[in-house]
Write a protein that binds this ligand. Sequence first.
Ligand SMILES: Nc1ncnc2c1ncn2[C@@H]1O[C@H](COP(=O)(O)OP(=O)(O)O)[C@@H](O)[C@H]1O
Ligand SMILES: [Mg+2]
Length: 453
Amino acid sequence: MDSLTIPTIFDDNPNMCLIVVDKEGIVTYINKTYMSVLNVAPDEVLGQPIASVTPNTYTTRVLRTGKAITAYNWNINGYEMMASAVPIFEADELVGCFAYSISMNIWDHKSRLESLLVENNMLKGEVLKAHTSRYSFDDLIGEESQFLQAKILARQVARQDNTKVLITGESGTGKELFAHAIHNSSMRSSRPFVRVNCAAIPETLLEAELFGYEDGAFTGAKKGGRMGKFELANNGTIFLDEIGEMPMAMQSKLLVVLQEQVIERLGGNLPINVNVRVISATNRNLESMVEKGLFREDLFYRLNVVQIEIPPLRQRRGDIRQLVNAFLQCLNRRLHMHIKGVKDEAMEVLLKYSWPGNVRELENAMERAMSLAHMDQADMIGKRHLAFICAKIKINCWEGSKGLKTIVQEFEEQLISDALAETGNNKPQAAQYLNIDVSSLYRKMRKYGIPVD
Ligand SMILES: Nc1ncnc2c1ncn2[C@@H]1O[C@H](COP(=O)(O)OP(=O)(O)O)[C@@H](O)[C@H]1O
Ligand SMILES: [Mg+2]
């Protein structure tokens, strides 16, 4: 059978797999490259029926029909190739068939695959390192009762693996810290903790950020696509920060994901199962947003399974001392300083101020005061290092030539605003604080244009 002999140039051609069968489908030839791909020795193949070597072979069909099948995808042992099976005729008689498949360079693919696997494992490690919770409950300083209750509730809910948590509180009260701590003492602590700041990502990018996208999903999409935060957080926790800023259209998509626990990448059509715990946080009043139609009610109830409310710092002034000492230690270490403490006169200022920016503002104020004390070569923070806070407490009476009446009115307005801020807008309490009755508080609020509701 001359027509079935093969020129040696095909024998160890690394770019080509080649196999020949006779008209009964018995293998008469196989080249070295194909033997490597199949991981077989010559005597395991030669003289054997082709169906026992590659059960999905196209050659059987070619032998039956006498027609070539060209350019089909041939996936074998992890190699993806383009193959063709061609009949062999001798004087019009079908005597066999040969099949060949070509890869640009299959060995390149193999080593590329291996190096991608190595790279993939390394990146997984990096992802975990980058997306991990950095704080635990021990980092949450504060013992005042409302704060302590929040901490107790958070500890408890951390152990309930799948329970969704909504953390509320003003900006700077420690919502993010709580989210870290919950993840850290949950069963998912060795898995990723992924934060998404819903306020910082433009609406058009949020979907891609959360759910990822496939190659070519939109102009500018990365080659090969990209994983979204939900996929990244799989088996771990996703922290949806500033959830109150999420646009309505995204809220609907998020709701579906939470209901079905399945995501779809942008431009893709394969559903991907995700197992993710959701913790969200906001400084907005979501209930009133729901009432105004700015937040989906069904999503609100999904997210708000357990709500943890963190009190503002002005409602737990008893914790200020402890926080100040902790920041002092930590900042001394970070800034290489040796400030020993805070003088009574300075502590008085810190205790008196209303801290609209909460713990974050206190932390920043400490850093600023410490730098000033350091420049002063003082080893204690004094009142003069807190002049920037004192300035906010006092109102500047001698500025311009306003006249006594204006100054008194401004002072009154300031005192009322402060009292309202101090009491979290609790009018009866603010009135008591100012020693006036509630009706005159309302009258003055209207007079100064302070919103009553
Ligand atoms: N109870 C606390 N103990 C120690 N540090 C705190 C506490 N609460 C907040 N902080 C610090 O204050 C800053 C703001 O906290 P963060 O969690 O980002 O607040 P939020 O998310 O509510 O705006 C962070 O630097 C955090 O470390
Ligand atoms: Mg925050």
